[in-house]
Design a binder for this molecule. Sequence first.
Ligand code: SF4
Length: 348
Amino acid sequence: MSPKPSPLHVSILRHDWSVEEIQAILDLPFTDLMFRAQTAHRLYFDPNRVQVSTLLSIKTGACPEDCGYCAQSARHETGLERESLMPIDEVLDAARIAREQGATRFCMGAAWRNPTDKNLEQVIAMVEGVHALGLETCVTLGMLTGAQARRLKEAGLDYYNHNLDTSPEFYGQVITTRTFQDRLDTLEHIRDVGLKTCSGGILGMGESRRDRASMLRQLANLPAHPESVPINLLVRVEGTPLQASETLDPFEFVRVVAVARILMPTSYVRLSAGRSEMSDELQALCYLAGANSIFYGDRLLTTPNAESDLDRALFARLGLAFEEMDPERTEPGACHKAKQALDAIVEH
Ligand code: SF4
């Protein structure tokens, strides 16, 4: 019998995971999995601080892609009202409100297959305006060329979001208008110019546990772990091909959050879409499993999000606090990592 791995063993940053290794962690007894995830979490983060981002849809609907979960695809009859690119002053007003409510990062999403160069310049003006408000900036605009990624980096963008969505094996069941490799290529362009990466996936689309392990492997084996890893629970939007997907076992969702934390211990693991359908108890388990970032605000692009007041009430009950922006405007949370690591080892 192989020796039981030390809890600290899980904190070593690796990029060579096999699907079998990851599935073995996913299969652990729940309490063992939670212990390992919590141990990994405490090595790099204050476990009682949660980073808060706000997401704004700056261009809504009429997307030519066919992502099976998405209300914004022009190919699905979801009744979503299309909106063209928002004026910059409205975007900046929304960013100011987000900052007042405690957000440290402002994410802007546009439903494009890819931005044209003209679109990109319009978004860059927004990025510069949000940056000037003292917020971190993130955009999600679809596929990017290397030159576009460079332009965004030069304009001062902090993060680019581009999700892998699911495993390479299951991907074709969800999207046919772009390939898994297209997604990896965009992530490579982002990384190559030094932008921070936000990339994760969606659970509950009918994928198997092995698919979940395979998706996590893709993320963990990237040359650098994404700084931010959103784990989404499918929101079953009427009119989309995935509207009748089976409900995912909530413990399975928590397991995936825990494994993401173990594989990518220095990344922010974010609870994203689907949080409005989660009970307080389920969200608390996700925080215990190592989730330390949320979207805050009443809407996520086009689907409902947990209400801000409910978040504040839950945080108060759990003794959690919003992570504040580092005064030097570097990474939130970076300052306490080493101290917390030592404390965690002594405590356990
Ligand atoms: S997920 Fe993005 S790319 Fe896919 S249909 Fe929706 S807006 Fe378009």
